[in-house]
Design a protein around this ligand. Sequence first.
Ligand code: BGC
Length: 761
Amino acid sequence: MTDHPFEESAGEQNAHASSSFSEVPAERKAALLSGRTFWETESLEEAGIRPVVMADGPYGLRHQSGRHDNLALFESDPATCFPPGVAIGSSWDPGTAARLGSALGKEAAARRIDVVLGPGVNIKRSPLCGRNFEYYSEDPHISGVLGAAFVRSLQAEGPGASVKHFAVNNQETNRQTISADVDERTLREIYLPAFEQVVTQARPATVMSSYNKINGVYASENRWLLTELLRGEWGFDGLVVSDWSAVTDRVAALKAGLDLEMPGGDMGHDADVIEALRAGAVTEEDIDAAVARLRTLAARELPAGGDVDYDAHHELARELAAECAVLLRNEHGVLPIRGGAHVAVIGAFAEHPRYQGGGSAHVNAIRVDQPLEEIRAIADEIGAMVAYAQGFALDGPENEELREEAIQTALDADVAVVFAGLTEARESEGIDRETIGLPADQVKLIRAVAAAARRTVVVLSNGGVVSLEGWHDEVDAILEGFLLGQGGGHAIAEILFGRVNPSGRLAETIPLRLEDHPSWLNFPGEQGHVRYGEGVLVGYRYFTTADAPVRYPFGHGLSYTAFETGDLVVEQTGPDSAVAQVRVTNTGDRAGKHVVQVYVSTGAGPVRRPLRELRGFAKVALQPGETAAVEIELPRRAFAYWNVAAQDWVVAGGEHRVQVCADAATVLAEAALILEGDRVAIELTLDTPVGAWFEHPDVGARTKRTLGLEGAPITEEQLAMVASMTMRQFIGISGLDISTDALEELMDVSRGGRPAPSPAG
Ligand code: BGC
């Protein structure tokens, strides 16, 4: 046994399974394969299996001790609403994700929750996805680093995590039926790595399979996903739980590796399993393996639940929120607002903040900071004056009167701060947005206030990115708060007045137009399918590669101080790994935090690479004048692409540039590495293109000789034509007398001397 609370080897599990389950009738065991209630699993006392209690969610507990549902229609017990995924993503700080995880773990343990249903590490493929507020980023590396930090610290408090929604759940439209059609390289490079990182580095107790299909097969019935990849390749030994009501074919799901169907009760499919057992379609071992994993989960003990200090958690929620807000624009140093200023606070969100998303993640927040009050409190202390006007109606109808009143308020002020954004009704689980625009009445308000006020600051609250077009240039500053949780109002006030120096960075691109976005042509799909046509060129990977203009690039974020990056040294630490060392100095006059972003850029290899890809980052706190030496490890995977033929990660030989960037579009320093790369030796057959025979590291040169092409008077064009034919076609068409024995021998070498596969296999 290892010392990890959830770790038990497959052998140990099977031993338990056969030792203690053999006496239990199959019906009783099958009953364990779906929940007892909406949030609880079944128990089986004679096999030592107690009920396991689960609760949402990723940024605060949604535990319903009263009526149950997963749309958050019924109220849940009060809990701390920490900053949602969109904010944590923008913190670019695993420490922030870890602090959230640990506080959430404490709240869960205190309420005797065994499994917290989070984090969500799906990729923000489109800005329209209604659940982007729960997810971290359009980049898999950030998502994986933050997700792993969250899981590690949550589980250290006792409860298990459930990393979700595995996998390729990147939209809400038709999420229960849509097939996400995505090529293998894109799956491996974009949609799976965050899960891989969380599973392999943080060992979550459970993984939640998603609703959607992947290339036509439901995730919950996908044996490749749930067994070959998750358990086989990644070594996952926890429990796979379905998303709520995601299972359509329980028998197929069990065979694929889905252990627990949730919820249960009348919604479960236990009878199907028994029927399949009788018909021989599933074996008792299939059932026992799933039951053994449930037992391992149930065997984990929660620490004695202490009292939660909700005041301390509120303070924490404020501190975390302050790490996340992104200062997008700050002309004329309008921010921070100074003492003595006359401030017009405008916009209904200042009074009724939008601070979280809708659906299963929705938290019944214990208390919520109101930005207006928080601004007034600081203003009182520093001798600033505050006036307020509502500006717009939260339910969206045009309201000329409110706008007029806001303009009058702005006229008298040194600076107007407009709180704009989206209401929860516009962004929620189960629906995608149709536009990235702010409501028209808010755009009108911002423009009118900007025309009237001396200086204008816009504070945004939204779960997915919103367009800044039509008003961006008219305002002096924009603070993108996204959704900051219950302490967001305080954090925003502190940032506006400079008590906190903003340090968030965009974890997703803000496009100029929705139509520019790489997902636009293929979102949300049609006729049951959504084609991931942009391939690996998701988010900034596309914009930078195409050199297409954006409003703000991925990674962008300003500070009240200035940072200088220099002395980049990249040292190779192995044949295909390196470490980047860089010095960062705070050259301004305030303390602040800077995010060192390290990307790798290469054109090497036979596949199209994004211009650059984020491979490491670190957030550093620096006093004025202070310099820090930052080291970022670049393991082999930082240089690799997924090679479909080799079914493996491959480092292409050639130049790889390591770039320290201010954001995805701005390189500050770079250094080149020449990597030897991997030998890719595929197994050749007569149906392999001739070009691949030529490139084969073991037999390439001999192939040319065997075909009689070495030194032959053949033009580049002719050679290119030959290269794309299969060997069989070439033999047929070339008219050359090619020795099949010699080709057989070359194929044999390419297989490393192994026998040729039989025609059937
Ligand atoms: C959501 C999950 C959630 C579950 C339980 C589902 O609809 O997709 O994220 O954990 O409900 O509420």
